[in-house]
Ligand binder design. Structure first.
Ligand SMILES: *Cc1c(COP(=O)(O)O)cnc(C)c1O
Length: 227
């Protein structure tokens, strides 16, 4: 794919987001985080050149490698993966723009402790397992509000900005919609949260219609590398 064809492709993705967004409201804003976990630093650079600034990774070591390779570019890096306890310090040292996958009180406690030791804070989203799937990490939706408040009260180094969720893993649109609506209802119940991160390449329009304010797009943003 040439750079011109690539730009056309990304324009089409943005148009699809626009159509879904307008259905919600002209004032509804949706941010794109390009999940670059399938591609190398050169592919990130190619997308940066056509205007993308926010990128996401699901492994600390990949985030580190790409952030260092591209440190001259004004990129913002999001962490979207399951964080192992032994990678907490490495993640903190990378100063991610947003840690989207805080999945338990236990992880919050460990993260807060290391942040305190380093004299730092981190903006995070609470990951919610809205589809209640065993294979996914995240807080169950019934417990989410209480856990969110608990983190806010007990862990001052963690700056919670909202919620993140992965849609139900099924072709059944009704079930996927339900999982997004569940996440959005937690977001609304929190009241002062500003980020509702949901929607991936296969379901972002539905997620936006259900109130997503941030989509995490991987394969569709890197079509040359589509698996
Ligand atoms: C990989 C990944 C994405 C992007 O997935 P695509 O289906 O390729 O768009 C989004 N969110 C998380 C948490 C991921 O791990």
């Amino acid at each position: 794919m040439t750079q011109t064809e690539y730009k056309l492709h990304i324009d089409q993705v943005i148009e699809r987001i626009e159509r879904a967004r307008i259905k919600v409201s002209e004032h509804h804003i949706v941010k794109i985080v390009a999940v670059s976990k399938y591609v190398d630093a050169d592919a990130v650079k190619a997308l940066y050149r056509i205007g993308q600034r926010a990128f996401g990774e699901n492994r600390v070591q990949d985030l580190k490698a790409k952030a260092e390779a591209l440190e001259d570019l004004p990129l913002e890096w999001h962490f979207v993966g399951t964080l192992q306890k032994n990678k907490i310090n490495a993640l903190i040292d990378l100063d991610p723009f947003l840690m989207q996958s805080l999945h338990s009180l236990e992880l919050a406690e460990a993260l807060d402790k290391r942040l305190e030791a380093k004299g730092k804070t981190m903006e995070c989203l609470l990951q919610i397992n809205s589809a209640e799937e065993e294979t996914k990490s995240g807080v169950m939706p019934e417990a989410a509000l209480e856990v969110y408040r608990g983190i806010q009260e007990r862990f001052p180094r963690i700056d919670l900005r909202g919620v993140m969720s992965i849609g139900a893993h099924t072709d059944d649109e009704v079930a996927v919609r339900k999982s997004f609506e569940t996440t959005r209802s937690v977001f609304d119940a929190i009241g002062d949260a500003d980020i509702c991160s949901m929607g991936m390449s296969g379901d972002f329009e539905l997620a936006i219609e259900c109130g997503s304010t941030m989509v995490r797009l991987g394969s569709i943003m890197f079509p040359q590398m589509r698996r």
